[in-house]
Design a protein around this ligand. Structure first.
Ligand code: SAM
Ligand code: 2KA
Ligand code: SF4
Ligand code: MG
Length: 253
């Protein structure tokens, strides 16, 4: 089985804050898939969006060194498994599948997740959740899931309303499959409070929400707190938190 990879590395999970299902601060091996069907304005992984332009992937040679070796794409699943295993530091909370969008290569994702479970690891899925029919295939193998709710200001797609509803459906499927799941909303200074009310009403009684400022942060703190307060008013005060991309401040991968 073949897969178009971007990179494999060992780091701390830098996102997710403190809500249930978050793995913030836990050590993970990150498996970043190439290719995405959305185009968030602020995506920090833009170089991996067009899979046809990712001619090679890289794996960290030694944990937490940031030293990489390169291999041509597509990779075999076994090559990826080997790259993960050489980064096993014995303190790994879970394997993070991210991208790009990992669910787009669902057969390879599923095979990898199965292999990792056999090897004794938990699976953490980082996804835009826009494709619930693909989420269905991996939900039973997913231990933790971070599902983005794409704000209108991300301009990720033309059918933004439909995308949000599909993301919520994916959260439902993941929860039914037994995954500890939370929603992540990246906010900017353009984020509308009425949109946050809508997301909160969809997520109420379903999953907790973390609000993550777009990096570099431009949203005023007063506005961030207004969005937080509105979400908490609708979802309940225990079901909302903030998340920051802490790895960017620590200068780690
Ligand atoms: C690169 S995405 C890959 C996974 C999946 N495609 C998604 O969007 O959820 C990983 C995470 O980084 C977040 N992210 C990407 N660029 C960001 C930025 N500039 N500021 C804050 N969060 C960002 C995304 O919202 C997502 O939660
Ligand atoms: N340390 C670290 N934490 C992360 N959490 C989500 C990431 C991602 O790009 O998906 C990421 C990442 O790239 N590095
Ligand atoms: S869905 Fe994820 S990978 Fe795709 S453009 Fe948006 S942030 Fe980037
Ligand atoms: Mg990232």
């Amino acid at each position: 089985m073949r897969v178009i990879m971007a990179e494999v590395f060992n780091s701390w999970q830098g996102e997710g804050g403190s809500v249930e299902g978050s793995a913030f601060g836990r050590r993970q091996i990150f498996v970043r898939f190439a290719g995405c069907d959305l185009h968030c304005l602020w995506c920090d992984s833009k170089e991996y969006i067009d899979a046809s332009r990712v001619s090679r992937w890289r794996y960290e040679v030694e944990p937490f060194t940031g030293r990489f070796e390169y291999r041509p794409n597509p990779a075999s699943v076994e090559e990826v498994v080997n790259a993960v295993l050489r980064l096993d530091t014995g303190d790994i909370h879970s394997i993070s599948y991210t991208g790009g969008e990992p669910t787009l290569q669902v057969k390879a994702l599923k095979t990898l997740m199965e292999r990792m479970k056999e090897l004794g690891f938990d699976n953490f899925l980082e996804t835009h959740g826009g494709l619930p029919e693909l989420i269905k295939e991996v939900a039973p193998l997913t231990d933790y899931a971070s599902v983005d709710i794409k704000d209108e200001s991300a301009r990720a797609t033309e059918d933004w309303n439909g995308l949000v509803l599909r993301e919520v459906e994916s959260i439902r499927i993941l929860k039914e499959g037994g995954a500890k799941t939370y929603a992540k909303l990246v906010v900017t200074s353009e984020t509308k409070v009425e949109n946050v009310r809508w997301y909160a009403s969809l997520l109420k009684d379903l999953a907790p929400l973390v609000i993550q400022p777009r990096e570099p942060i431009d949203i005023p703190q007063a506005k961030l707190m207004e969005l937080y307060r509105e979400a908490a008013r609708i979802m309940g005060r225990k079901n909302v938190g903030l998340s920051f991309q802490v790895h960017k401040y620590l200068n780690v991968l």
